[in-house]
Design a protein around this ligand. Sequence first.
Ligand code: PLP
Ligand code: TYF
Length: 387
Amino acid sequence: FFAPLNPQPADALLALIGLFRNDPRSHKIDLGVGVFRDDAGKTPVMRAVKAAEHKLWESQDSKSYLGPEGNVAFARHMARLALGEVELSGRLSGVQTPGGTGALRLAAELVAATRPGATVWVGTPTWPNHPPILAAAGLKMQTYRHFDPASQTLTFDAVMDALNKAQAGDVALLHGCCHNPTGADFSLDQWKAIAATLSERGIVPFLDLAYQGLGLGMEQDAAGVRLVMGACPEALIAYSCDKNFGVYRDRVGALIVQTASAADSDRVSSNVLALARANWSMPPDHGGAVIATLLDDPALAADWKAELDTMRDRLLGIRDALASHGGVLARVAEQRGMFSLLPLSPDVVKHLREDHAVYMAGSGRINIAGLSVETAGIFAKALAASL
Ligand code: PLP
Ligand code: TYF
């Protein structure tokens, strides 16, 4: 029965985890998969998350089913993190999803249910899971260039060309902040131009917000998303709080949908719930319950923000240290979030791994958090020796 299946390649980013683990060299450096690390190379459970888990363990008196919408208080909190003082009512709806990935898939299926075979415009390079998620929902994809690795510049003209080519009813997938894999985010002026073009041309924004707070701050990182939501009557946000709360394996995210009218919102919600039921029935509760508990408690929320601030400052410090070495690293300090994409050939990436025990994605993407201000110099030297 299964003979017709063709073997599929493993996820190259996740495969690096095993390769790195099996390298006996003690000076090895892991710049692969996108998780935050501290100076000791650890990805710790955040203090406030641990405390909220404890509080939840003490207070939770049932694990009975919720519904396909998951934890409603959690979804409201995610909408407020992304958009400020909003309610999930009227034109805005939201549900909990298994991670940002679940939100992306649910959003893609909602688009496909509304407009079968709709076209989604995607800037490249992008997160490697974006294209298969869109394809799995039966959507078409049109690509344009977001970033030129050689000059380390965001190719804004190409972005605007693409949006001016798109048709009304097409969808534009945009990284809300901390672009993966390039760290090349739009300026506020660029977001304004994008928002105006999307609304003028009737293109529906599909915003992937997976790193809020790891770029410049919780508010600054949402500024572009908020501009677009203000300009466009209809929009989708796939929110992940797996990075900014450090709850990766708990799979915590939300899909937020803005519609032109409250009647549309009811239509959308009933379809979102039907699609969620056909996928996972109900999202896993634990992570969402923990984060709702955390954000409901002002002291825990303040401690979470304080720890997130130190995480972001660590990334910015490493970016400055890297950029001080110049060359291909010169513009890393202008980029944001966990990633930068260096113009390195697969041969150079291989050489760095084999001769210097530096692990990074084959694309030349580095996870900034895998370095420290101290090891930034070691990495820069290894890089110079490999070019
Ligand atoms: N979107 C982007 C750009 C990402 O880098 C990730 C990373 O995991 C996700 C979405 C998915 O997040 P999650 O792990 O919550 O599914
Ligand atoms: O890009 C990254 O490294 C993160 C983590 O299939 C990730 O987004 C990588 C691959 C994957 C899921 C998550």
